[in-house]
Design a protein around this ligand. Structure first.
Ligand SMILES: Cc1cc2nc3c(=O)[nH]c(=O)nc-3n(C[C@H](O)[C@H](O)[C@H](O)COP(=O)(O)O)c2cc1C
Length: 296
């Protein structure tokens, strides 16, 4: 079986999850990974399954993900699964794929399932080491379980409440406005004009002038790659600047450091952990049950 995994990732989290899927599926399938920001559309010749991965943005999917799915020549012979990644286990995120599912249904594609996986925030605030490590470990344990469910035809889908749909619609205003918000990005006096932001922008939206001034154009998707990776934290994100996060997560360091523990208890004081307790309790019990089944 041939599987094509297409993903968009602003700051690397969804890309890591896409790689986890590729590793697990490659035990039984031929897998190709495709970054949605590549200039050419991937070939669907001989492809049986298509995986679509994206980071949730404002309870929706980034517009470029929707446009990519629209332009993929999918048909009734293809089976599609979605993995969406976000910083918070809120049920309000549940309706984020609505527009993609609508497009897929129009193309008569067969739907295999959808899963929401946690990876830390790249906007609003930076998760602490323990929580970031816990999210990474939980996601990397849930992916093989989801792959098995996909293969056995028992993968879950996600149901969204009316409130989640309402949030999705309300917040799509922010998404529609992201080009405008992107135009309000500017650099501070700390900018050295190194050009890293321009080189890395997935939409080629940043230019450096001859005077080494950084210009943010009008195609921004608010992915935060420029902001998180700026070596001198010199990008002001205009209207959203109080939510600016600088620096990505170094998972290799988190994983290799045994002093960063992830055995949370409900009495734990780690910032933000309390709002994730239900999610991790459920995830931990799913993982334990899966491991027990493997050994029985
Ligand atoms: C503009 C923007 C909006 C976001 N909105 C949400 C959201 O509605 N819900 C949520 O849980 N996370 C939200 N996030 C957080 C990302 O989904 C999360 O940090 C994810 O891990 C980023 O993945 P990436 O590194 O592949 O881009 C948002 C991030 C950005 C940049």
């Amino acid at each position: 079986m041939n599987v094509l995994i297409c993903y968009f990732s602003g700051t690397g989290n969804t890309e890591l999850v896409a790689q986890m899927y590729a590793r697990c599926l490659s035990n039984s399938c031929t897998v190709t990974l495709h970054d949605m920001t590549s200039s050419a559309l991937p070939s669907l010749e001989g492809v049986d399954w298509v995986g679509i991965g994206y980071p949730i943005h404002a309870f929706n999917q980034p517009a470029l993900v929707r446009n990519f799915v629209k332009s993929l020549p999918l048909n009734s012979t293809h089976k599609v699964f979605i993995f969406k990644v976000s910083g918070e286990p809120l049920a309000l995120n549940n309706a984020s794929s609505t527009l993609i599912w609508r497009i897929l249904r129009k193309k008569h594609t067969q739907l295999l399932g959808e899963i929401h996986l946690l990876m830390p925030y790249n906007i609003m605030f930076k998760h602490g080491d323990r929580l970031a490590k816990k999210m990474y470990l939980t996601t990397s344990a849930l992916v093989p379980i989801n792959v098995e469910q996909l293969i056995t035809g028992s993968a879950p889908t996600i149901r969204a409440s009316l409130l989640a749909h309402l949030m999705r619609v309300l917040c799509s205003i922010e998404l529609r406005g992201c080009r405008l918000i992107g135009k309000s990005f500017h650099t501070t006096s700390a900018c050295t004009g190194c050009g890293k932001c321009a080189r890395n922008c997935p939409l080629d939206n940043i230019t450096i002038t001859a005077k080494k001034e950084v210009k943010f154009n009008n195609k921004c998707n608010l992915c935060m790659r420029c902001v998180c990776n700026c070596p001198v934290d010199a990008i002001n994100i205009g209207l959203l600047n109080h939510w600016r996060v600088n620096g990505t997560y170094n998972y290799a360091r988190l994983l290799s450091d045994d002093t960063i523990t992830t055995n949370f208890t409900t009495a734990d004081t780690e910032r933000y952990y309390s709002s994730y307790v239900t999610y991790f309790d459920y995830a931990d019990s799913t993982i334990t049950q899966y491991i027990n089944n493997l050994h029985s």
